[in-house]
Design a protein around this ligand. Structure first.
Ligand code: NDP
Ligand code: 2IT
Length: 452
């Protein structure tokens, strides 16, 4: 049996029942890098495949905090420092009820290769908690963040491990987390990214994942003689990634007709633009309301309990571009079949692992453009890397400068994926290309570092 197959089998056997998302992520990456196995005997000699799926360090801790009624509450905190071969561990924190070790491990594993693809020196990590910020007051969120950081601070640092946001961790949470970090350490180092400009953050970080997703989509389309302009797009979610994907899609001349939250989906045939987009942004970023209020305000259809992809499949609504930007495994086989049948041109992933393996198989069989998450959504962590650089120099670049660098990085990622796919016999396959390009960089570093 090949070494890669052995490692996949071992991971399935060990974690198949307890950490299905981690097994899914490992299987996808390792299956798609098989073309490198025979060409790199040094990876087999150094046992790289087995070493790559084992986190460097897993930290699990108790977070005790006080709610507004004076009750002491307890949650689990996690930080998985997955692979530090090419730089400080880097990756977001997710606060959501469903968070468990397997989810943090899948996200940390993906982050290794995504970060490598950016061309910046960042290792892979991820963390979070099963704390759910929905329906909590600001003060409760603040006390939780301070409690969470009272343990995490001893594990992180600007050259050690640099967390940022993810689902449930936005500008507000980053502010409280960084406030706690500064208080505990009595130093101002950029040990967290996604900070606001006023206290040392980078301009464009807030927008970076969504903007980068559209830069990547434009890059994919332009190589088929197409562009985003004039296309009808579906975005799922209405959080950080989704909002700025919608904003940039509008700017590039597309019409975005879908958005969602975990309660349901809205369909606005006219497009979520202008005053309507402003309303959505305010609803989600400031009022922290539900997407249903958009449907009520603008009198458009709302589908309670359905995802964007359910609505597309059930109602037969055609879109040209699909930008899943909510969560993992949101697009299933039947959704992918419907998208393809209705004539979708491109799927670019804003969320991490939003497509099930069966859905990906359908995109690839149909020959549509498919931008996998670790390439398409890398703009967020890329600008986090730029934030780290600015923090280290104690200066802040202009919006134009950061945006220009982001564009260049997204182009670079596209080119790396295309070239790796070509070099290993899978021309045009961005999933194979992104996995191979990311993996090669980290694997070569691990070989060079010896026992690290
Ligand atoms: P946010 O918390 O800002 O927004 C998440 C959005 O997705 C919300 O609208 C939320 O709805 C919805 N959502 C979350 N979970 C589910 C679910 N299980 N079912 C249906 N809808 C759901 O998170 P982000 O926008 O930051 O993250 C979205 C995705 O993008 C995640 O996969 C994340 O890992 C990925 N990502 C984020 C980056 C970043 O920089 N923030 C960078 C790269 C990737 P509700 O409000 O109802 O919970
Ligand atoms: O999934 C991701 O890349 C993120 N949530 C952003 C990570 C970061 O460190 O900016």
């Amino acid at each position: 049996m090949s070494r890669i197959n052995e490692v996949i089998a071992r991971v399935k056997e060990t974690y198949g029942k307890t950490e299905p998302e981690f097994v899914q992520a490992v299987t996808e990456v390792l299956e798609s890098i098989k073309p490198i196995e025979n060409k790199h005997p040094e990876f087999i000699r150094a046992n790289i495949y087995e070493r790559m799926v084992e986190p460097d360090r897993v930290i699990i801790f108790k977070v005790t905090w006080e709610d507004d009624q004076g009750n002491l509450r307890v949650n689990k905190g996690y930080r998985v420092e997955f692979n530090g071969a090419i730089g400080p561990y880097k990756g977001g924190l997710r606060f959501r009820r469903s968070v468990n070790l397997g989810i943090i491990k899948f996200l940390g594993f993906e982050q290794i290769f995504k970060n490598a693809l950016t061309g910046l020196p960042m290792g892979g990590g991820k963390g979070g908690s099963d704390f759910d910020p929905h329906k909590k007051t600001n003060n409760e969120v603040m006390r939780f963040c301070y409690a969470f950081m009272s343990e995490l601070y001893r594990h992180i640092g600007p050259y050690t491990d640099v967390p940022a946001g993810d689902i449930g961790v936005g500008a507000r949470e980053i502010g409280y987390l960084y406030g706690a970090y500064k208080k505990l350490r009595n130093e101002h180092t950029g040990a967290i990214t996604g900070k606001a400009y006023e206290y040392g953050g980078s301009l464009i970080r807030l927008e970076a994942t969504g903007y980068g997703l559209l830069y990547f989509t434009e890059e994919m389309l332009s190589h088929r003689g197409e562009s985003v302009e004039g296309k009808v797009a579906a975005v799922s979610g209405s959080g950080n990634v989704a909002l700025y994907a919608i904003e940039k899609a509008n700017e590039l001349g597309a019409k975005v007709v879908f958005a969602s939250d975990s309660s349901g989906t809205i369909y606005d045939e006219e497009g979520i633009a202008g005053e309507k987009f402003k309303f959505l942004k305010d609803l989600k970023e400031v009022k922290r309301g539900r997407i249903k209020e958009y449907a009520e305000k603008f009198n458009v259809p709302y589908f309670e309990g359905k995802s964007v992809w359910d609505v597309i499949a059930d109602e037969g609504i055609k879109v040209d571009i699909a930008l899943p930007s909510a969560t993992q495994n949101e697009i299933h086989k039947r959704h992918a079949e419907a998208l393809v049948k209705l004539g979708v041109i491109a799927v670019a992933e804003g969320a991490n692992m939003p497509s099930t393996p069966e859905a990906i198989e359908i995109y690839r069989d149909a020959g549509i453009l498919y931008g996998p998450a670790k390439a398409a959504n890398a703009g967020g962590v890329a600008v986090s890397g730029l934030e780290m650089s600015q923090d280290a120099m104690l200066l802040q670049w202009t919006r134009e400068e950061v945006d220009e660098r982001l564009r260049k990085i997204m182009k670079h990622i596209y080119r790396e994926a295309v070239e790796a796919a070509e070099a290993y016999g899978y021309p045009g396959d961005l999933m194979v290309g992104a996995n191979i390009a990311g993996f090669l960089k980290v694997a070569k570093a691990m070989v060079a570092l010896g026992l690290f």
